[in-house]
Design a protein around this ligand. Structure first.
Ligand SMILES: Nc1ncnc2c1ncn2[C@@H]1O[C@H](COP(=O)(O)OP(=O)(O)OP(=O)(O)O)[C@@H](O)[C@H]1O
Length: 576
């Protein structure tokens, strides 16, 4: 709740109208009651004629109209406040995911993230559009009413002051009881959404494993758990609304009883004052009672808020970037000094990496499965930050450069490049800093060995691919990534070579493309092919996160028995 409140006060633009409209509402309420009582008193007790009450009647109408305006303004400011905060939270969440792209995509369920970004943020809306305006109303309007009542009759004012605390006390007790329930409801909702999307994405695998029915049942159970948690919260909300209604009714009854006694038995209050207080009393308790129902909405939001802050705080280790440009387009020198890296969620670590990639060097990274080759590529790319040690680019720490500058010099061709939902043209042009011309697009597709495929398609470059479009094979996806690199003309290429056997023509295209790209760039490859390994200027042999050896093919063959053994074992299986 504290965090939600802080965000509200940061938006003064909407908080000030909220406070002002509550102040006007309080004042108008008193004026409206006064006029109404005056008219009744004038007509029934003073036997005044229609003409005398007519001006006051118009003033009453004016007050009524003004009240509508203040209530509208309060509601509108609340909604605007909610919209502004939701926008701010969504921007922060998206920014956090963008600042930590790798951690965001590797940790946690995608469905859970989607649910937090959409549902949990929507849930927060209630706090701002409903709870905050009500808290302000309740803090201001009853004070006006109390002042008016005290001005007429001390005892009634005291009675109101004594009965008023029942409402907050009751709400605190209920609030403590419902906090856990609201958190549980949010927990169940994100679990349900996360599981649902997970199952949807893995439906084919589940079908092949014969587990589709079992998962259907799991989704059913999760949706029931969410339903039960929601019903639990609603049950408490309804029961406490009823109880608050009852307390309000009893309190108004008490005031009416007291006024009746004062008016008829003790005769120490005028009809005007008694009627005036009686008209104001329900509004006094209404403001307190409404806070009760708003309180439940606010409680629901606090569960959502803690989910959001968990997500925002989970990725606190931020890669910091500086202001320097990388000067020219020639490949820079990359130097790793005493670099260590540990995954937050796992025991694996890269340790004590000392490595220099010279401009235009061809570096091959090899090693057994799980030795950290991909992790090293991610470190070199700047997707993850070293836990300790430094990465220098042209003699300066990498994070002293502009983030945009660094990534504009780099292409990372992973084993399974991501295809965005869009046309082939859009997917290839991704990352280009200028409008890609038709001839550039053709040239890039040709060099990447894509042109034949594109020309065989009815819509050519305009064919929709990715989610919601045509699927592509693994080899074709890598060719899209290669075409992206031809357009981008990077000076550093990070390439995760495919492990699966490719057909001869794809293999040749890949080799030719990489050769062409590496003419103007430093090339760091997680290599599986003997050809790539032999061609490399330097081979880095990783084992269990440490550099076992580094050097040329011949040097390693002579000096590293493990390397020689690996070559002997793989010679038959790899393309030479
Ligand atoms: N996001 C992650 N969180 C925790 N541990 C991870 C994460 N990603 C990878 N790892 C672990 O880090 C280790 C190295 O993984 P990495 O992918 O770098 O190895 P690799 O040498 O590229 O393997 P392969 O040859 O099988 O592709 C593995 O033990 C893996 O389980």
């Amino acid at each position: 709740m504290e965090q939600l409140r802080k965000r509200a006060f940061a938006h003064k633009k909407w908080m000030i109208p909220l406070i002002l409209s509550s102040v006007f509402n309080g004042a108008v309420l008193i004026g409206q009651a006064y006029c109404f009582v005056w008219i009744v008193n004038e007509i029934f007790l003073e036997k005044g004629d229609f003409k005398t009450v007519l001006p006051v009647f118009f003033i009453l109408l004016g007050f009524l109209l003004f009240r509508v305006v203040t209530l509208f303004s309060s509601r509108r400011s609340g909604i605007k406040l909610g919209t502004a905060v939701k926008k701010e939270i969504r921007r922060e969440l998206v920014q956090t995911y963008a600042d930590h792209p790798l951690q965001a995509s590797l940790s946690g369920q995608t469905g859970k993230k989607t649910s937090i970004l959409l549902d949990a943020v929507d849930e927060v809306d209630q706090y701002y559009s409903f709870y905050i305006p009500q808290v302000i109303q309740t803090a201001i309007v009853p004070v006006f009413i109390l002042a008016a009542v005290f001005s007429q009759h001390l005892f009634s004012g005291l009675l109101m002051m004594i009965t008023a605390p029942f409402f907050p006390i009751y709400m605190i007790v209920i609030g403590l009881k419902t906090q856990k329930k609201a958190d549980k409801q949010m927990e169940k909702m994100t679990a349900f959404s996360g599981h649902f999307l997970d199952v949807l994405q893995g439906l084919v695998t589940l079908k092949l494993m014969g587990k589709a029915k079992q998962q259907k049942e799991a989704i059913r159970q999760k949706s029931f758990a969410f339903r039960d948690a929601t019903m639990d919260v609603l049950k408490t909300a309804f029961a406490s609304s009823l109880a608050l209604e009852f307390i309000a009714m009893l309190s108004v009854g008490l005031i009416a009883f007291e006024l009746g006694l004062q008016l008829v038995v003790f005769q120490n209050v005028s009809f005007f004052a008694a009627f005036f207080i009686l008209i104001l009393a329900p509004d006094f308790y209404l403001a307190l009672r409404d806070l009760g129902s708003a309180f439940h909405a606010g409680r629901g939001s606090s569960g959502a808020a803690s989910k959001i802050s968990e997500e925002l705080n989970a990725r606190a280790r931020l890669q910091a970037w500086g202001e320097s440009g990388l000067l020219d387009s020639s490949p820079p020198e990359i130097k790793l000094e005493h670099v260590d890296f540990v995954y937050e969620s796992g025991p694996f670590s890269l340790e004590g990496l000392n490595l220099t990639v010279h401009p235009r060097e061809k570096l091959a990274v090899i090693g057994p499965n799980g030795s950290g080759k991909t992790t090293l590529l991610r470190l070199l790319s700047g997707l993850i930050e070293p836990s300790s040690g430094t990465i220098h680019i042209n003699g300066k720490p990498r994070n002293s450069y502009l983030e945009k500058e660094w990534f504009s010099k780099l292409s990372y061709i992973s084993q399974n490049p991501y295809l965005f939902s869009g046309t082939i043209r859009e997917n290839i042009s991704l990352g280009a800093e200028h409008d890609v011309t038709e001839s550039e697009l053709h040239a890039a597709a040709e060099k990447a060995g894509l042109l034949e495929l594109v020309q065989s398609l009815e819509s050519g470059f305009e064919t929709e691919i990715g989610e919601g479009g045509r699927g592509l094979s693994g080899g074709e996806k890598q060719r899209i990534a290669l075409a992206r690199a031809f357009i981008k003309k990077p000076s550093i290429i990070l390439f995760d070579e495919p492990t699966v056997g490719l057909d001869l023509s794809t293999e040749q295209i890949l080799q030719a493309s990489i050769k062409e790209l590496s003419r103007h760039a430093s090339m760091i490859t997680v290599a599986h092919r003997l050809y790539t390994i032999k061609e490399a200027d330097t081979i880095v042999y990783l084992d269990s996160g440490k550099v076992l050896a580094a050097g040329t093919h011949h040097h390693l063959l002579k000096t590293v028995p493990a390397y020689r053994k690996m070559m002997d074992n793989q010679k038959g299986a790899l393309v030479t």
